[in-house]
Design a protein around this ligand. Structure first.
Ligand SMILES: Nc1nc2c(ncn2[C@@H]2O[C@H](COP(=O)(O)OP(=O)(O)OP(=O)(O)O)[C@@H](O)[C@H]2O)c(=O)[nH]1
Ligand SMILES: [Mg+2]
Length: 331
């Protein structure tokens, strides 16, 4: 990075931190594209972050995540708290629909400096969602937002990655019409700190909540010898009606309580830092291999594994052996 580029990163970081919206938007675009500018700006901003409550909001399509986010914004603003929202679309290159919805939501707060809403696409590489979400959250945290909401649709993997970027993860469900809640994916519930049964105005919401509470009893004593595999936490289950705002103050109270619980907050922070650093290490290794070999040697190794001529462990060892002290050795 040239001195000029470094100056531009510094200027952008400082303007974003001061709350300039266009700078924030530009920096988040850089974060989304993993550019050197983003990295330089993040290095400057990271020490300024750490005060915001980072809340992941996930759940199946149509459960009411965006409606709930709007209700949370309204209530948090009443309390005088500032809110940033990152709506992460795990599936795709940027889709017009998601952006359009956000523009509509954004308009209501166009003149409110205490609200910032942004859509981001993840670029599909492994770990991309959590590293992008964590970096975006750090930017908004450093910019002084009290609460940063990370909204993503639960598709099986995306919610796990977004949870890794959040202090507290809220999993949304809609009332089940059938007798059983088994349709609700176990993976979603595993990441939940708080389970919200939304659409409380619909029949079955209270029953779904009761079934979830019964399901979420800690599995300690069910005979798993390895304590680390027992359910370590028992998420709270709460019913909301996002369209009317019912249950939203209670949800915020739960979020605040979790935020105040030092031990779980610390564990979440360490988990987030671990995911973030590991993601960067993996990316750095890939970048260095690609730079040093033009991608040719690595491609040949992956193809050999695909043909079962090489086992994946040997392949990994060979790739790591290509990395010397700060450079790449002859293959
Ligand atoms: N009856 C009722 N409908 C609701 C409630 N909350 C949201 N909805 C409706 O459910 C539909 C989906 O809501 P969204 O907020 O767009 O859901 P989402 O989870 O963000 O959906 P995706 O972004 O597509 O994954 C909309 O028609 C909402 O108006 C609620 O509390 N009660
Ligand atoms: Mg939505």
């Amino acid at each position: 990075m040239t001195a000029d580029a470094a100056d531009r990163a510094t200027a952008l970081a400082d303007a974003a931190r001061a709350g300039d919206r266009r700078s924030l938007a530009r920096l988040l675009t850089a974060v989304e594209n993993h550019t050197p500018l983003a990295e330089a700006a993040l290095r400057r901003l990271y020490p300024e972050a750490g005060s915001a409550h980072l809340v992941g909001i996930t759940g199946p399509p149509g459960a009411g995540k965006s409606t709930l986010v709007a209700a949370l914004i309204a209530r948090l603003r009443e309390d005088g708290r500032s809110v940033a929202v990152v709506a992460v679309d795990p599936s795709s290159p940027i889709t017009g629909g998601a952006l359009l919805g956000d523009r509509v939501r954004m308009q209501a707060y166009a003149s409110d400096d205490g609200v910032f809403i942004r859509s981001m696409a993840s670029r599909g590489h492994a770990g991309g969602l959590s590293s992008t979400s964590a970096a975006a959250a750090a930017v908004l945290d450093a910019a002084g937002f009290d609460v940063v909401l990370l909204e993503t649709v639960g598709t099986g993997q995306s919610e796990v990655e977004v949870a890794a970027a959040a202090d507290t993860t809220v999993v949304l469900e809609a009332p089940e019409m059938g007798d059983e809640v088994q349709a609700i994916k176990a993976g979603l519930l595993e990441v939940a700190d708080i389970v919200v049964v939304n659409k409380g105005d619909r029949p079955g919401a209270q029953r779904t909540a009761a079934q979830l509470r019964a399901m979420l009893v800690p599995s300690v004593g069910r005979g798993d010898a390895d304590p680390s595999r027992r359910a370590p936490k028992r998420p709270e289950v709460i019913v909301t009606t996002a369209i009317s705002g019912e249950g939203i103050p209670e949800l915020i109270a739960l979020l605040d309580r979790r935020r105040a619980d030092g031990s779980s907050a610390e564990a979440a922070r360490v988990a987030r830092a671990t995911a973030q650093v590991d993601g960067i290490v993996a990316q750095r290794i890939r970048d260095r291999l690609a730079e040093g070999t033009g991608g040719g040697a690595t491609g040949a190794v992956y193809e050999a594994v695909a043909r079962h001529e090489l086992d994946p462990y040997e392949a990994a060892d060979r790739l790591l052996a290509l990395l010397g002290d700060g450079g790449v050795r002859e293959a």
